[in-house]
Design a protein around this ligand. Structure first.
Ligand code: FAD
Length: 336
C-alpha cells in the first residue's frame, strides 16, 4: 500500500490540472482495499476512487482521500469453442486489454480501441464508441460496498447499463469500488464497421480484428487530441436524447441537423454539432480552448484551472439552451 500526503494529481487527470489531494492511497489487492475501507479515519473523510482521471474535472484541491488501485492481470476464467471469459484487474489500462484481446484473436472490444482509462472505470462509465459499448461484453463486475465492506458480484443486468450510465454512477445507490471485471469475448468475431468513418478507413479491405483496431486508432488520432499533448477529457458533454416530436420541430428550423435513433420514440443529437452551431468550435477563452476538430472536446491550452474550464462549459450550455432549447449534460465528472 502506498500513502502520500498533499500529493499532486497533475498526472492523475488528463486535463493535467495541478490540484493536490490531502491524502493519496494506492492499494494493490482486495485485502488492502478492505483494510482501508474499514479504517475509522477513512470512514470520516471525504473520499473519491479514481482511475486515470480521463473523465474528471478537478475544480479545487481535494480535501480528503483519493483512492487508486493497482490491481492488474488479465486471466482466462473459462474457455469454450466460441468464447472466452476474461478476468481483468480494475487497474489494467483499458486499451491494453483491447490490444491483448486482439492479439489473441478474441473479438468484441476492438471498436473500443484507444479509449483512455482503466478497466474498472470502463465498467462504471459503460464506455462506448463506433456502435459498441462495454455493456455488450461485460458478464459480471466484482465490487466492494464502501458502507458494508462486503464484496458483491453484479450480473450485467444488475449493472443497469444505459448510455454512459450504470448502477455504479447512480448517486442514490451505495458507493461501490470495482476491483475486477469479467468480460466475454468472441472467438469467432463479428465485425461492426458501419459506424462513423470505419468503413472508409478500411478502404475495402476485409475486416480482421487487427485491421479494425488500426482503423479505429487512425480515425480517433485524426479527430481527438492526445491528452499527453493537449490536456482534455474527451467528450465534455453527453449527446442529448430528445423525444422524436421535439426533434421534428427542430428539423423544420434546422433541416441539416444530424441525428440517429435512440430507442423507442427518442432521437440522439450530436452535442458537438449543437456547440459548433453556436460558434464555439476552434475558439479559445484564455487558457481554455474548444478543440478545432471536434467542438465537443474542451482543451487545456496551458495552465488552465478547473474553474476556468467549468466556466467555458457553462457558457456553452447556456448558448445551446438559448438557441435550441436543449440542455447539455456534462459527461465529465466535476470534483470539488
Ligand atoms: C481523449 C479522450 C477520448 C475519450 N473517448 C471516449 C470514448 O470514445 N468513449 C467513452 O465512453 N469515453 C471516452 N472518454 C472518457 C474516458 O476515457 C472514460 O470515461 C473512461 O472510462 C474513464 O476511465 P478512467 O480510468 O480515467 O476513470 P476516471 O476518470 O478516473 O473516473 C471515472 C469515474 O469512475 C470512477 N472510478 C474509477 N475507477 C473506479 C473503481 N475502480 N471503482 C469505483 N469507481 C471508480 C470515478 O470515481 C469516476 O466517477 C475519453 C477520454 C479522453 C481523454
Amino acid at each position: 500500500m502506498r500513502i502520500e500526503e498533499n500529493y499532486s494529481l497533475e498526472k492523475y487527470n488528463t486535463f493535467h490540472i495541478p490540484v493536490k489531494t490531502r491524502w493519496f492511497m494506492e492499494y494493490s489487492n482486495e485485502e488492502e482495499l478492505e483494510r482501508i475501507l474499514r479504517d475509522e479515519y477513512f470512514q470520516e473523510c471525504l473520499s473519491l476512487h479514481i482511475g486515470s482521471g480521463s473523465n474528471l474535472l478537478f475544480i479545487n484541491d481535494f480535501n480528503g482521500i483519493i483512492l487508486h488501485s493497482t490491481i492488474k492481470g488479465i486471466d482466462v476464467l473459462e474457455e469454450t469453442e466460441d468464447s472466452v471469459l476474461l478476468h481483468v484487474g480494475a487497474a489494467e489500462k483499458w486499451d491494453e486489454v483491447v490490444a491483448y484481446a486482439v492479439s489473441q484473436g478474441w473479438g468484441g472490444i476492438e471498436n473500443l480501441s484507444l479509449i483512455p482509462g482503466e478497466a474498472g472505470a470502463a465498467a462504471i462509465q459503460n464506455i462506448g464508441a463506433y456502435g459498441v459499448e462495454a455493456k455488450d461484453v461485460i458478464e459480471t463486475v466484482e465490487a466492494y460496498n464502501q458502507l458494508t465492506f462486503e464484496k458483491r458480484i453484479f450480473t450485467n443486468e444488475e449493472c443497469k447499463y444505459g448510455y454512459r450510465s450504470s448502477f455504479f454512477k447512480n448517486e442514490h445507490n451505495d458507493p461501490y469500488i470495482v476491483t475486477y471485471i469479467n468480460i466475454r469475448l468472441n472467438k469467432k468475431p463479428q465485425f461492426l464497421v458501419n459506424y462513423g468513418n470505419l468503413k472508409e478507413e478500411l478502404a475495402g479491405s476485409e475486416p480482421t480484428l487487427q485491421r479494425v483496431r488500426d482503423a479505429v486508432i487512425a480515425v480517433r488520432r485524426r479527430k481527438l487530441p492526445d491528452p499527453e499533448e493537449l490536456g482534455n477529457a474527451g467528450s465534455f458533454f453527453m449527446n442529448p436524447v430528445i423525444p422524436i416530436k421535439r426533434f421534428e420541430k427542430l428539423k423544420v428550423q434546422y433541416p441539416e441537423i444530424p441525428s440517429w435513433p435512440a430507442g423507442e420514440g427518442m432521437i440522439k443529437i450530436p452535442a458537438g454539432w449543437l456547440i459548433e452551431q453556436c460558434g464555439f468550435k476552434g475558439k479559445s477563452h484564455g487558457p481554455v480552448g474548444v478543440y478545432e476538430k471536434q467542438a465537443l472536446v474542451l482543451v487545456n491550452l496551458g495552465g488552465a484551472r478547473g474553474d476556468e474550464i467549468a466556466l467555458v462549459a457553462e457558457s456553452i450550455r447556456t448558448a445551446v439552451n438559448d438557441r435550441f432549447g436543449i440542455e447539455l449534460m456534462p459527461e465529465v465528472k466535476y470534483v470539488g
